[in-house]
Design a protein. Structure first.
Length: 135
């Protein structure tokens, strides 16, 4: 794992953020998706604790990247597509118990932003789903 690898940045991000050297809103969509995919509940819960402006920037970057993934999907699954689907499935299956109300609100907001960023709302990916309500 070298400093020029994505794995390095994902492993070191919490330390760098804790030291005030890097923040989520400085990351691009692919790096944010990597963080989200590593621990979806933790990512959303942690993001909920950040200032509103930072949350908005992070959600917009993720939404733009997710919309690009949907637009560019010509039948080929990429690692990023699979990451996004894994996040969806994880939150659907475990979100109710592990994501805070604030984190759930951010997930809902992210899904709305993804839909807004799509060229045609009718092309909305099946992967934009809410965390199921507690039954």
């Amino acid at each position: 794992c070298t400093p020029d690898s994505e794995t390095f940045w994902m492993d070191e991000f919490p330390t760098l953020e804790g030291l005030g050297l890097l923040s989520m809103d400085q990351l691009d969509g692919p790096m944010l998706l990597n963080l989200l995919a590593r621990d979806p509940a933790g990512f959303l819960n942690d993001l909920a604790e950040h200032p509103e402006a930072q949350r908005e920037t992070v959600l917009q970057s993720l939404a733009e990247f997710a919309a690009i993934l949907n637009d560019d999907n010509d039948g080929w699954e990429t690692a990023a597509h699979l990451q996004w689907e894994n996040v969806i499935n994880y939150l659907r299956d475990h979100g109710q118990s592990q994501v805070t109300e604030e984190g759930k609100a951010l997930w809902d907001q992210l899904n709305r932003l993804v839909l807004q960023n799509l060229a045609e709302p009718s092309d909305a990916p099946a992967s934009t789903r809410e965390i199921p309500a507690n039954t």
